[in-house]
Design a protein around this ligand. Sequence first.
Ligand code: ADP
Length: 431
Amino acid sequence: MFELWRRALTFLLILFSLSLLLWAVAGALAAAITFGLLLFYRWVYHVRHLLALNYWLQDPEGRTLPDASGPWDEVFSRIYKMVREHRKERTKRAAALHDMEQATSALPEGVVSLDRAGHIEWCNPLAELHLGLDGVRDVGQHITYLARQPEFVQYLAANNFSDPLILRGPRQDDLILSCKLVGYSGNKKLLITRDITSFERVETMRRDFVANVSHELRTPLTVVNGFVETLHDMPNLENEMARRALNLMGEQTQRMEHLVGDLLTLSKLEDRLNVLQEEVLDVPELLPRCYEDGLALSGGQHQIKLEVLSDCKLLGCAEELRSAFSNLISNAIRYTPPGGEIVLTWQLLDNGQPLFSVKDAGIGIAPQHISRLTERFYRVDSSRSRASGGTGLGLAIVKHIANRHQARLGIVSVEGQGSTFSIEFPAKRRR
Ligand code: ADP
């Protein structure tokens, strides 16, 4: 900067000195003409450089920066330095972007970046394959314009992305995708798709196998149980040992029948072709029946109370809900020592959600077990569960039924003091 000022002032100094000298030697006219000529020469010099700069700026990538002299030399060399730095930086960024593109292409999952309105910004090759997108042609299109499945559109609109969405046959009929949306950079979203076709196939095989085995076991078990009962009831069975053996056989076949029954119930609940049969269920009318069943199971050993605090009805499957309520009541009775209090409640929460709860003063559950209770065959104490006739599948069934009704199974328990199991239904199921 200082150098530019120095040069400009030096030029003016020379100009004025020369003109004054000429004025003294050759007169005022000669001095004025020289002054004018020198100024004109300087004007031409600046205009020439400005034109050269302007010409270069029209296509800085394709043209080389022109040579310059005098003060313009410094200006041009600064511009040249800036351009060189800028090109270096751009090459570095292009390489980083290329690396990123290669990394996202190598991901074992499909990735689509969506802007805040849901328009596609870019996608990797696997996402193109999964959703039938074209990474160049479809940029700027709304994602639901290309992935049109109603469940996907609903998932996007619901704006609740905590659980992945399972999408069947988005492109080819046998393709099953797990789709998850994650927010990033303010309100943009990443749509991540994973091919779970083979996993789902194995899962279906497992489900079919369990359902088939349970189904096949049912008939022989009924026959064996029938014969055991007939033999047991024979009036002339005097052998004490045979009687004890028959008792034991009867107990075990009944246990197996319960187990097979619960496995079949679970298979039915898991079957995606088995849609929820909804009706308006009068819960205040159903609960006294569950209460009576509870009283019979307890055999008068517990103080069971029923508190119906709301007359609200519920939209749901009567058979499934009765099974869920009965499972929770039966658990409370089986895990509460004689004399303990059990309270069944039906109420409407302040936020409008219907809630069924069973509170017992039983043995309670230690905190480390609570998150695993709904797993199949998970028992805190296996021998206690078996002794009380448990199959280890009750809470898995309740959880499935709750999920099918978009309800939440809540478990609060203190070891040695008691537990509260509740099913909290969404307000939209209230009738
Ligand atoms: P089970 O047939 O063994 O009762 P569930 O799936 O119904 O199977 O329950 C799983 C486990 O959860 C039980 O084995 C028991 O340890 C525990 N559990 C369930 N309900 C209660 C309860 N009300 N109080 C204490 N423990 C319970």
